[in-house]
Ligand binder design. Sequence first.
Ligand SMILES: Cc1cc2nc3c(=O)[nH]c(=O)nc-3n(C[C@H](O)[C@H](O)[C@H](O)COP(=O)(O)OP(=O)(O)OC[C@H]3O[C@@H](n4cnc5c(N)ncnc54)[C@H](O)[C@@H]3O)c2cc1C
Length: 439
Amino acid sequence: MNGFDGVVSSRRGFLGLAGGSAALLALGSAPVQAARVKTAARIIILGAGAAGTALANRLVDRLEGAEITLLDARKQHLYQPGFTLIAAGLKPAGYSVSATKDWLPQGVTLIEEAAAEIDPVARTVTSTGGTVLAYDFLVVATGLTLDYDSIPGMSLDLIGSNGIGSVYAGPDYAAKTWEAMDTFTSEGGVGLFSRPATEMKCAGAPLKYTFITDDYAVRKGTRDKVEIKYFAHNKAFFSVPIVSEKVRMLFGERDIQTAFEHVLIALDPGKRIATFQTPEGTREEGYDFINVIPPMRAPDVVRASGLSWADKWTDQGWIEVDKGTLRHARFPEVFGLGDICGVPKGKTAASVKWMVPVVEDHLVAQIEGREGTQIYNGYTSCPLITRIGKAMLVEFDYNDNLTPSFPGVIAPLEELWISWLMKEIALKPTYNAMLRGLA
Ligand SMILES: Cc1cc2nc3c(=O)[nH]c(=O)nc-3n(C[C@H](O)[C@H](O)[C@H](O)COP(=O)(O)OP(=O)(O)OC[C@H]3O[C@@H](n4cnc5c(N)ncnc54)[C@H](O)[C@@H]3O)c2cc1C
């Protein structure tokens, strides 16, 4: 036995982050802007990714006279949902890359340095260049760190060789992953797929790539030469039970072998052996192709700041925010936004779309001396690709309730072409609209 056994109106108009056409409609009928609030508040946003950029654009529209400073050393903005399509050979690496500064409005000062230190007691941020910046409000939107170093034997320069792929590492690495997967599905062998035991962004992505690889082998007529094994880190394939069950059924139908409670802990690239931690001890698996998805954690600067939860996710360092308001539990002038938040769900761009207006609301309300009203309900969405041309558009909230944007039109647990279009065509313009603060 080897362990293998085989804001409601805009909400409807936006369809999470997956419904581009609906989003475009929403753009055409943007709500009437409230009068701008006059303030001299100093607002620092850390991170010009999906969350930081979207918030900066919205705050410029809401506030007059505020000093808004955005810190990010990365000059490129990366549209990360595109990585899966690049690694599927459907888009070039450049599909996901644009210039950070091109998304920023006038009225925001971009400092092209990372935050090296955050002192929430003194209310200062020190940049890597040594500049000390004081703030009245701080929004931490640094995203997360991919901890490849914690997997002995793995390093980024291996991606694309020795059968090693990694969809998450960046657009060029996703393109190299495609080359490795293309070779694997042509030549055959054993393919290993898994996810880390930490929280992770887009928890559907490991499943999507497993399905896509299977589909390529079927299309190439090599499926009988290809063994596909998916290792879940716990006892489920997805955090929402009904989705997990659907994935189990699809894996079974497609002869994808599975094992629970297996976590990748080491690689031997020369011998092509992956080591997994299991409840029974370690287990080695040979491979011809592996999609490595590393543990994910808060960046060191956040973990050292005292803003992380002290009693939850202690090995990961997500920041201690209220799950409804995204305000820090101990420092009311600090907010978390995006992947960095220590909340039960929501590490997707779709979540960012629903988080941004909440932080905007509470921050502006605080400036005005009133209470904010908006609450983030944990909404997240995942266009779960099940084959090229088919996906399930899964949307859910903190309570694992499915929250379809078009009930009766797009069934969340059906493999549909329209759901595929959401990911392949509509998601990027929708994401871009969000960055501009328009959706
Ligand atoms: C392979 C893959 C597939 C995905 N698919 C989907 C999908 O289909 N649908 C979906 O909704 N989401 C998807 N996502 C998730 C989505 O991309 C993220 O959830 C989203 O980008 C989070 O936004 P963020 O602003 O929190 O982080 P990011 O967009 O990662 O931005 C964080 C920014 O902070 C900066 N930063 C880091 N450290 C510092 C520092 N010390 N100081 C200043 N700046 C710093 C970084 O340089 C970066 O620019 C996918 C992600 C991946 C990797």
